[in-house]
Design a protein around this ligand. Structure first.
Ligand SMILES: C[S@@+](CC[C@H](N)C(=O)[O-])C[C@H]1O[C@@H](n2cnc3c(N)ncnc32)[C@H](O)[C@@H]1O
Length: 347
């Protein structure tokens, strides 16, 4: 793709048109509404420069394509590509593939999944951090429609051996060939990464596996549904001044089989008021949110609520963070009376 200089407004329009701001949707996403039409839903994980996805979208105008990648520079390249080719059936989102499968796609919703040259981690000799793991394959299979396929390509011989072991030791999907992998796929256009290896005569390992028609896997989305925004309102007798003595700390909890890590990072004080803002990181499985909890004081009241910073989703971890700050505030200021608490009781 020739690099054109993008004006800020052209880029903003392109982002608005093609990027999926996934944290701002209800999950799983209603993809038919996103694309404004029904159609086979196809996902590429880790699309790099986006050329493969854009080409597929052009070749198959009847299908709807979503690409997810953890790199914003990859996402912005795909957005520009989709815009330049005027493709209305492609979208891109910046998030890890596992989280995308866990949250954004209903069970049995995908017509195809493609993972081209996933990153092997150079120092991870036992391949414990790579994306192709047994539980990932089960998750992936749960999101495929019966009869739908996943294609994984790698040039990395040790990673290929690892993929062989993972795929051969699971029962949810099966190879479309007599062999576990093949070295050529007729009609395939190589990705940018793949071409580099083909140019030096290095073999590529293609795994094309499908979910059998009768296969059913029950793996619902793993982030708890969002409820109300977590607010706690205290009455402050005699208009006393409320303050929170803050020390950074980390709290680890688990709830319904999911581990939560809540890190209270730092506190900011508003100069001309007693208001404070606590900066928090909530890590819930694969999902991380960085946000602010505001402690706002006004006549006879002290309100704890989520600040606009980071636009957090009110997940269980976020609610627990508000609860912990509320509890600490009350311990340090015993005169506070709870007026309303839509998180959970303190005692
Ligand atoms: C080796 S590059 C391959 C790019 C492209 N698929 C190709 O074949 O040319 C790996 C890509 O995967 C992305 N990536 C790495 N880990 C990821 C993850 N967990 N979820 C989604 N994308 C990921 C990287 O940002 C990068 O764009």
């Amino acid at each position: 793709m020739s690099e054109k200089i993008w004006s800020a407004s052209a880029l903003a329009r392109t982002i608005h048109e093609y990027e999926i701001r996934w944290t701002q949707y209800d999950w799983p996403i209603d993809w038919q509404a996103v694309f404004g039409r029904p159609g086979p839903l196809r996902l590429e994980i880790g699309f790099g420069n986006g050329s493969f996805l854009a080409e597929q979208a052009e070749k198959h105008p009847e299908a709807n394509y979503i690409g997810v990648d953890i790199s914003w520079s990859s996402v912005s390249r795909l957005l520009k590509r989709l815009h330049k080719s005027n493709l209305t059936n492609g979208r891109a989102a910046e998030l890890p593939g596992k989280l995308a499968l866990q949250t954004l796609f209903p069970q049995s919703s995908l017509d195809e999944i493609v993972i081209n040259h996933p990153d092997p981690w150079a120092k991870d000799k036992r391949f414990t951090k790579v994306i192709i793991q047994p539980e990932f394959v089960r998750l992936l299979a749960s999101r495929l429609q019966p009869g739908a396929r996943v294609t994984i390509a790698t040039d990395h011989v040790k990673y290929a051996a690892r993929i062989v072991r993972v795929l051969e030791n699971q029962q949810d999907i099966r190879s479309c060939f007599d062999t576990t992998f093949v070295h050529s796929l007729p009609g395939r256009t190589p990705t940018k990464y793949e071409q580099k290896f083909l140019d030096v005569g290095q073999p590529i390992y293609y795994f094309v596996w499908e979910k059998p028609e009768q296969c059913q896997i029950d793996l619902p989305t793993s982030i708890s549904p969002f409820g109300d925004m977590p607010n706690i309102l205290f009455k402050v007798p005699d208009n006393a001044e409320v303050s929170l003595e803050f020390e950074p700390c980390t709290i680890c909890e688990s709830h319904e089989g999911l581990d939560y890590v809540i890190k209270f990072l730092r506190a900011y004080q508003q100069t001309d008021h007693n208001n404070q803002l606590i900066e928090v990181l909530a890590i819930e499985g694969e999902f991380t949110q960085q946000f602010g909890i505001a402690i706002l004081q006004r006549e006879g009241e002290c309100l704890l609520k989520l600040a606009q910073v980071g636009h957090p989703r009110p997940t269980h971890g976020v609610k627990r963070a508000v609860w912990h700050i509320g509890k600490l505030l009350r311990q340090q200021n015993p005169e506070l009376e709870i007026h309303s608490n839509c998180v959970e009781p303190f005692d």
